[in-house]
Design a protein around this ligand. Structure first.
Ligand SMILES: Nc1ncnc2c1ncn2[C@@H]1O[C@H](COP(=O)(O)OP(=O)(O)OP(=O)(O)O)[C@@H](O)[C@H]1O
Ligand SMILES: [Mg+2]
Length: 268
């Protein structure tokens, strides 16, 4: 399949510097000797949704996880290059990763609520971060559930187990849990892949609302989803970004043949 395309071709747009929330420079990720990400330069614009697309195994999750240093947890994994956030390279050793992750939150593919009540799913991590007053916790639980478009459905049963919620509701609870930390940036790895179409569209509507306040990066295998919700799209292939542009251009007039084939389902 690789002979079909000229992989030296790239089309990567630049985002205006003052609009950039987060960017990577020459980012490489290694698992042992295997180089999974091969020097990616990408910038995420503030208050926009950027979709990361590409075939399975091309490094989307690896790249996304490196943005808030989740790869630190994998012993064999080494990340080199810069991750710039508010004038600081957060890939540096002396960064307080715990504090940084309050600013750059992550939502995973599988909804992973704690086996606790709906209320405690949000309040428990907040308490660990030093917020102890009940009135303040109540306020944050309500505001984050409202932002995640879940409040009206759960407001009368906040003390029910989160595990009794539907998959889509659980995922919105996980989004609420992330929002409660008041992050700047939300990273989502295929957040709707385990959901039915109705739950998926609820999560999508939630994300569209959230971009008023947050910068969002989302990995998705759904071309329909990328085109419905994202402003920018990056096409990944074998650890590189091949094309990065406004989503409508990626889906209507891509510059690179591989991108065109991928988004139209004719790749390979
Ligand atoms: N913990 C790990 N240890 C070793 N190799 C890994 C690890 N995680 C991922 N890889 C390898 O890195 C490459 C990129 O994987 P990654 O999970 O980032 O791809 P992806 O684009 O998210 O794929 P998918 O669409 O299937 O989720 C793959 O070759 C994968 O086998
Ligand atoms: Mg993945």
């Amino acid at each position: 399949m690789t002979e079909k395309y000229d992989w030296s071709q790239r089309h990567l747009i630049d985002i205006d510097k003052e609009k950039v929330a987060l960017s990577t420079e020459d980012l490489h990720v290694f698992y042992g000797n295997f180089e999974a990400i091969k020097g990616v330069d990408l910038a995420f614009e503030k208050n926009k949704i950027t979709a990361l697309i590409g075939p399975s195994g091309c490094g989307k999750s690896t790249y996304l996880r490196s943005l808030n240093r989740m790869n630190d947890m994998i012993d064999t994994c080494k990340v080199t290059g810069a991750i710039n956030y508010e004038g600081v390279d957060i890939n540096k050793k002396d960064i307080n990763v715990y504090e940084m992750r309050k600013r750059i939150g992550m939502v995973f593919q599988k909804p992973n609520p704690f086996s606790k009540s709906i209320y405690e799913n949000i309040a428990f991590p907040l308490r660990r971060h030093g917020i102890k007053k009940k009135a303040e916790l109540d306020e944050l639980v309500e505001s984050s559930l409202r932002q995640a478009a879940l409040w009206d459905q759960v407001k009368d049963e906040l003390h029910k187990s989160a595990l009794a919620l539907s998959g889509g509701q659980q995922q919105r609870l996980c989004i609420a849990r992330t929002i409660a930390m008041k992050p700047d940036i939300i990273l989502l790895d295929e957040p709707a892949s385990a959901l039915d179409p109705i739950s998926t569209s609820q999560v999508e509507e939630t994300l569209l609302k959230l971009k008023e306040d947050y910068t969002i990066a989302i990995v998705t295998h759904s071309m329909a989803q990328a085109s419905r919700i994202s402003d920018y799209t990056a096409f990944f292939y074998l650890g590189d970004v091949i094309e990065y542009d406004e989503t409508r251009k990626i889906f209507t007039t891509p510059k690179i043949q591989a991108t065109e084939d991928y988004v139209s389902g004719h790749f390979g």
